[in-house]
Design a protein around this ligand. Structure first.
Ligand SMILES: Cc1ncc(COP(=O)(O)O)c(C=O)c1O
Ligand SMILES: C[C@H](O)[C@H](N)C(=O)O
Length: 348
């Protein structure tokens, strides 16, 4: 019953087997092998347009270097207050994006309120060296709250980015889970809705260490080779990322894994709704579930081996958890089984 994070899940056997196979023999290094080039080209097919792709080690690196590629002196990036870049990356985005700053924007269910975002960006309409200047907007899809922006919500955010001449970045650490939740395509959920740069996450969805920065306008990526090298994110043996992604995309494995993870979360959501010792804290649609349990029930689950994180209530609902209750996050993955879910629910 491992629900702490999809980061706890290992790598899918098909990915480890392919990695082992591609590890044999020699291949040119630093992203120049045939396999590297084939997988980069695969991204053009997946996104239905020519893109520029840069493999990096972590989601934090993907986010930070994506913002570094559009950084400017006095730059300010607008994000949700609970965005990973703001809450969980230890200052990496600010540090790697040349001391640019993050400007938190509030909104329910982990999603920036469009009106609040417009108000925030508009505060910078009058140039001021003192307060700095806008440089980007970043959104997380699926969000840190387990929700997803609808296609129209993405369009509404990109409309602000366009109106303010700002690039729009998407943190896609759980990109595949969001695609499944919306039942849409990679192109429809990104560039067709005005997204300029994507952190394409695969690590949490069955890979060992495979993240990519995807530029939908390749001309925006001119600085990225130098930014990546300067940040020590250019793998000498890049084929070890390419090999993972090769297996990841083969026969749609990536979508199958995300679909399974989301289905296991659906099973959790249904079971929690039927429990008299727990309730859903808010509705989610990806592979993350947030539940409020009686403290005794949470302890009983942990005593029987369940692993999950306690979670802070959202700013807009600070009092949603009763004194004898606890809010927890449950994350499912490709490795989660129906038995894992049912054993957890049986405890409640
Ligand atoms: C939404 C989101 N973005 C980015 C990251 C960063 O990934 P990493 O921990 O690999 O740096 C995470 C981590 O799980 C995440 O949940
Ligand atoms: C929250 C933590 O940093 C990690 N992104 C996770 O989702 O488990």
């Amino acid at each position: 019953m491992f629900f702490a994070s999809d980061n706890w899940a290992g790598a899918h056997p098909a990915i480890t087997e392919h990695l082992a196979k591609e590890a044999a023999g020699y291949a040119s290094a630093y992203g120049t092998s045939d396999l590297d080039k084939r997988i980069e080209a695969e991204f053009n097919t997946i996104f239905e347009r020519e893109v520029a792709v840069f493999f990096v080690a972590t989601g934090t690196a993907a986010n930070s270097l994506a913002l570094a590629s559009v950084s400017r002196a006095g730059g300010v990036t607008f994000c949700h207050s609970d965005a990973h870049v703001n809450a969980d990356e230890g200052g990496a985005p600010e540090y790697l994006a040349n001391a640019s700053r993050l400007y938190p924007v509030e909104g329910p269910d982990g999603k920036m309120d469009v009106g609040a975002l417009h108000t925030a960006v508009s505060r910078f309409d009058v140039p001021s060296v003192h307060q700095g200047r806008p440089m980007a907007i970043t959104m997380t899809q699926a969000t840190e709250a387990g929700t997803v922006y609808s296609l129209d919500e993405i369009s509404a955010i990109s409309a602000i980015a366009r109106a303010k001449s700002l690039p729009l970045h998407m943190d896609g650490a759980r990109f595949a889970n969001a695609l499944v939740a919306l039942d849409t395509t990679p192109a429809e959920m990104t560039w067709k809705r005005g997204v300029d740069i994507l952190s394409f996450g695969a690590t949490k969805n069955g890979c060992w260490c495979a993240e990519a920065i995807v530029f939908f306008k390749p001309e925006m990526a001119e600085e990225m080779p130098y930014i990546r090298k300067r940040s020590a994110q250019l793998f000498s043996k890049t084929r070890f990322i390419s090999a993972q992604l090769d297996a990841y995309f083969k026969d749609g494995l990536w979508m199958d894994m995300a679909r399974h993870a989301n289905t296991m979360s659906d099973r959790l959501r249904t079971g929690l709704e039927g429990s008299n010792k727990a309730r859903l804290a808010w509705n989610t649609s990806g592979n993350e579930v947030f539940a409020i349990l009686e403290k005794q029930a949470a302890k009983a689950a942990q005593d029987k081996g369940a692993k999950f994180y306690d979670w802070l209530p959202p700013r807009e609902h600070p009092d949603m958890v009763g004194k004898d209750e606890t809010l927890i996050r449950l994350v499912t993955s490709f490795a989660t089984t129906e038995e894992d879910v049912d054993r957890f629910l049986d405890i409640l």
